[in-house]
Design a protein around this ligand. Structure first.
Ligand code: MN
Length: 383
């Protein structure tokens, strides 16, 4: 039986790489649903190749173009944000890959859990904003959440066959990004083009900026807490510039397990889509002789303050991680448009965290409202 996959965000970096994995394994997977926000041309191309049952185009002004293009293939076409959230309930879907960016992933993820679908989650912001709610609901509905983030996939792989209670701590590795080792003065003047050149990983725009600013790692600390049920002090970030060790679990006898491979997002994507099976791949193999040195450093949280802000949000909880995420989304967009400097991003995020009303046990509506008011405040602070 082939596993029937829905990909939310099929035209993004994770979405296209997931389709590469599926293309390599036509006897293991079939594409049931594809969704895209605005890139209707690529969505049409993907639909013609993979013949899903249905597609959704988020931006409904492209609806008629997509519908016309796919009419002959008998593919159902829907449009709008609402349709992306609802399509996850379709009976014929076995597993959903959530490859949306930012806060937009939350509602479809909650709906998918409600519909008892197995979930591969690449959208870390969902855990950052509402990890508490998402993991609780997943437990209630007996839905498994499979990590697609490479570090979390590494932890997940290291935990196979182990009992959760024997985990002492985990080390999340970080490449350090393109600005590793820079001082405050240098960081003040870095440009978006420099930030967009990640040394090891080929990723989307948002996450590449988050990697340069270390916010990505901060988010991953929060993501790890919820995925693996850990306390903040059990999660440590270690800089590992070669990105070969993707993360490490330390057990209560002092033994450590690490997962290693060349950096390629298709590896964790494939592991999640095929779980619990490990399937053969043609990914390039690691060669020790090419890497005579694997090195490790302490993260610089003085100049890269986002990591400290994320730990603060995690420790305080409530709607604070939601504030962190919303302010960061606005900052990344502003940085890409040249409206704020690199260091200013952390300043404004910190200010939003101090100003926005704290809510201890937020409901979904509280999260929506926190997201909304934080975005407005962050925009004001740019001016
Ligand atoms: Mn990652």
């Amino acid at each position: 039986m082939r596993r029937r996959i829905a990909i939310l965000g099929s035209t993004g970096s994770i979405g296209t790489q997931a389709l590469e994995v599926i293309r390599e394994h036509p006897n293991k997977f079939e594409v049931e649903v594809l969704t895209a926000q605005a890139n209707y041309k690529l969505l049409i191309e993907q639909a013609r190749e993979f013949k899903p049952n249905a597609v959704v185009i988020g931006n409904d002004k492209h609806y008629s173009l997509v519908a016309e293009a796919l009419e002959a293939d008998m593919i159902k076409v829907y449009a709008g944000e609402q349709a992306i959230s609802q399509i996850v309930e379709m009976d014929s879907i076995d597993m959903i890959l959530v490859a949306l960016v930012g806060f937009s992933g939350l509602k479809p993820t909650l709906n998918a859990i409600e519909a008892k679908k197995q979930l591969a989650i690449a959208n870390k912001e969902t855990f950052v904003v509402a990890g508490d709610m998402v993991t609780k609901k997943a437990r209630e509905k007996a839905v498994n959440l499979y990590p697609v983030d490479s570090e979390h996939s590494a932890i997940f792989q290291c935990l196979a066959g182990e009992s959760e209670s024997t985990v002492e701590k985990i080390y999340l590795t970080a490449s350090g990004g393109p600005f590793r080792g820079m001082n405050e003065e240098e960081l003040r003047h870095v440009t978006k083009d420099q930030a967009l050149k990640h040394p090891n990983w080929d990723m989307g725009c948002k996450i590449t900026i988050d990697s340069a600013s270390m916010m990505n790692k901060g988010f991953e600390v929060i993501e790890a807490k919820w995925l693996f049920n850990l306390r903040p002090e059990q999660i440590e970030v270690i800089i590992h510039p070669q990105s070969i060790i993707h993360s490490i679990v330390q057990f209560n006898d002092g033994s450590m397990k690490a997962q290693m491979s060349l950096p390629d997002m298709k590896m964790p994507i494939q592991y999640a889509l095929a779980y619990p099976h490990r399937i053969k791949s043609r990914f390039q193999r690691f060669n020790f002789i090419d890497y005579p040195e694997l090195t490790f450093e302490k993260p610089d949280s003085k100049n890269f303050r986002n990591l400290a802000l994320a730990y603060k949000a995690l420790e305080k909880g409530g709607n604070l991680p939601c504030v962190l995420n919303a302010a960061n989304e606005i900052m990344v967009k502003a940085f890409l448009r040249g409206k704020v400097g690199f260091l200013q991003m952390s300043d404004i995020i910190e200010q939003c965290m101090a100003e926005i009303d704290f809510i201890r046990g937020p409901s979904l509506d509280d999260y929506m409202e926190t997201d909304r008011v934080t975005r407005i405040r962050a925009e004001e602070l740019i001016k």
